[in-house]
Design a protein around this ligand. Structure first.
Ligand SMILES: [Zn+2]
Length: 195
């Protein structure tokens, strides 16, 4: 097996000390026939892989306004975000985006098209944002949201946004709205905003 390119090798953080199969203490080493350091159980041979996580969300539009939520949780407590969160088991990215919107804003929406796919290798995540029509002004924010509200597109609180992926997704939306066409944008960013 060839060694991974150091430029792309992002070692997994240690998240567990004991084997979930047999309870033995795990060691950090490269398993046979592998090329990366893993959490390996030298007692039963189980390899505890870690893989990137998907974040799914929506760009909810009502006429000339975008729906944003102010975060009631860390990280970025108090900052504004598009409704989004970690994908759950057993759902599609689209279903996850719809669920996160329901949990965080309570707005009724109709999902349109996949809009951004953003690799964030520095935190081992991939973010997916779908365009969505908001079907009415009623909101019912859940416990992860301090408040939710509709912002005119020329009054987006750019300095108070939570994450770089939210920032760039909104930038793409404004650009595409000028052009009148909404292709899917796929790209990578390598750091959080505004660290
Ligand atoms: Zn084990």
């Amino acid at each position: 097996m060839s060694s991974p390119d150091p430029a792309f090798y992002h070692p997994a953080p240690r998240t567990q000390r004991f084997c979930s199969q047999c309870g033995h203490t795990l060691s950090r080493e490269i398993p046979p026939d592998d090329n990366r350091i893993r959490d390996l159980c030298t007692h039963c041979g189980a390899v505890h892989y870690q893989n990137p996580r998907n974040v799914v969300g929506v760009v909810p539009i009502l006429d000339d306004r975008v729906l944003l939520c102010r975060r009631a949780i860390e990280p970025r407590h108090g900052k504004w975000t598009l409704p989004a969160g970690f994908m759950e088991l057993g759902e599609t990215t689209e279903q996850g985006a719809e669920r996160e919107n329901q949990e965080e804003s309570g707005a009724r929406i109709r999902i349109r098209s996949l809009f951004t796919v953003i690799d964030v290798p520095s935190v081992n995540q991939v973010h997916f944002y779908y365009l969505a029509d908001v079907l009415g002004p009623q909101l019912a924010p859940g416990p992860e949201t301090l408040e939710a509200g509709f912002f005119p597109l020329d009054a987006i609180p750019w300095k108070e946004l939570s994450f770089r992926t939210v920032h760039t997704t909104l930038e793409h939306y404004l650009n595409d709205r000028r052009d009148g066409t909404f292709p899917t944008h796929r790209y990578a960013i390598d750091f959080r905003f505004p660290d």
